[in-house]
Design a protein around this ligand. Structure first.
Ligand code: AMP
Length: 378
């Protein structure tokens, strides 16, 4: 599938927008299937199709327009992805979605492939939950199996007295209970796999979350070389075992004794990989285009140490942020996704800083973000 072909993307958020921007730069046409016309991807696509994500027949009819289809979120209905895949290659394939969009199935996949993860149990009833607590111990975290993201559908359980409240809040849908991991850090590896099975990954990044939402990513990660090498190995093992064609992210907990536990798999470009736009030879979005189109993968070599700080709607609390002040900080780039309503907790954009060292990049990204709201205009 060479430049000039039309690619379809399911979903209209910032990941779809950045994919479309990379694809159009390379000469592809891009059309997105979106929920709302007013979405980040609309500004970067040749055409958008509103409201077809649940309409299997409509999607299949549309599919014949495309040379290949990808997606920017993992909750695409699997039935729709399977039907679409019969008329146009969906990459990564529908079975990747099937495994990764359900926490229970994802954990079973990890166990089957000997990939370490937190102690866990699938919970379908209150009795299951009591038994699961016996297995994982406390504290633990109860999570919905499907449709969770950014900490939504999660509840920590610290004592037996909290079991009923947790079951009341999240049951009766299928849940997974996980033992709480007192981690030393969170690491993610964004990796890619081509149509020919070639694999590569970017420098693993260290991630800090606030209120379950990614706040800051830095790469390269200041961890022992053996830990980094093992994280890369496991990420590639995940992509191989899932037979991914495209970009995926594997998130890990790093325990206090340097052990790695897989937390989650995202079968798409990832927020922690945004810094590859400025800091790597090939960005995660260009790589997704290459992989989906069956082209050779590009170099993932990092050009400079980098940090990425997310900009949530909270930055608008004191008025329009002072963009000029942030952009005055050396090495800082601004990405705004074009969302109209800056609600607290909503990802509106991000800042990336590149510098001579990771510490300097982190300091620059955080300084620029602080300046945004300190000098808020209006
Ligand atoms: P998730 O959506 O499952 O990735 O959870 C979001 C964030 O919550 C993670 O990145 C962690 O910071 C935290 N978290 C989730 N599960 C656990 C766990 N089992 N132990 C410790 N922290 C967790």
């Amino acid at each position: 599938m060479l430049p000039g072909a039309t690619l379809g993307v399911l979903g209209g958020g910032q990941l779809g927008a950045m994919f479309a921007a990379a694809a159009r730069r390379m000469g592809y046409r891009v059309e997105a299937v979106v929920e709302h016309a007013d979405c980040p991807a609309a500004r970067h696509c040749d055409r958008i199709h509103v409201g077809l994500l649940d309409d299997v027949e409509g999607l299949v009819a549309l599919g014949t327009r495309f040379a290949a289809v990808t997606y920017e979120f993992e909750n695409v209905p699997v039935a729709a992805a399977r039907a679409l895949d019969r008329v146009v290659p969906v990459r990564p394939g529908p079975e990747v979605l099937h495994t990764t969009q359900d926490r229970g199935r994802e954990k079973a996949f990890l166990v089957r492939h000997g990939l370490p993860c937190a102690p866990h149990a699938v919970v379908r009833s209150r009795d299951d939950l009591v038994a699961a607590v016996g297995h994982t111990g406390l504290p633990a975290v109860l999570k919905t199996s499907a449709s969770g993201y950014d900490g939504k559908g999660q509840r920590r359980i610290d004592s037996l007295a909290e079991i009923d409240a947790a079951w009341g809040a999240l049951g009766p849908e299928e849940l997974v209970l996980e033992g709480w991991i007192p981690f030393a850090g969170e690491l993610s590896v964004v990796a890619a796999r081509g149509l020919d099975g070639a694999t590569c990954c970017w420098e693993p990044s260290l991630n800090l979350h606030r209120h379950h939402i990614l706040d800051l990513s830095t790469a390269p990660a200041a961890l022992p070389a053996a830990v980094i090498a093992e994280a890369r190995r496991m990420a590639i093992a995940v992509l191989d075992a899932l037979d991914v064609v495209g970009v995926s992210c594997v998130e890990f907990f790093v325990t206090t004794d340097g052990e790695l536990l897989v937390n989650e798999i995202a079968p798409r470009p990832h927020n922690s990989g945004h810094l590859t736009i400025e800091a790597a030879v090939t960005s995660q979005f260009e790589q997704q285009v290459r992989a989906v189109c069956g082209l050779p993968l590009g170099s993932t070599r990092q050009i400079a140490p980098a940090a990425m700080a997310n900009l949530l709607g909270d930055c608008w609390e004191r008025g329009e942020p002072d963009w000029g002040a942030a952009l005055g900080v050396e090495g800082v780039s601004l990405h705004l996704y074009g969302k109209s309503a800056p609600r607290p907790g909503r990802k509106m954009g991000h800042l990336t800083a590149v510098a001579a060292t990771v510490d300097e990049a982190r300091a620059a990204a955080l300084h620029a973000r602080r300046l945004l709201s300190r000098h808020a205009v209006g």
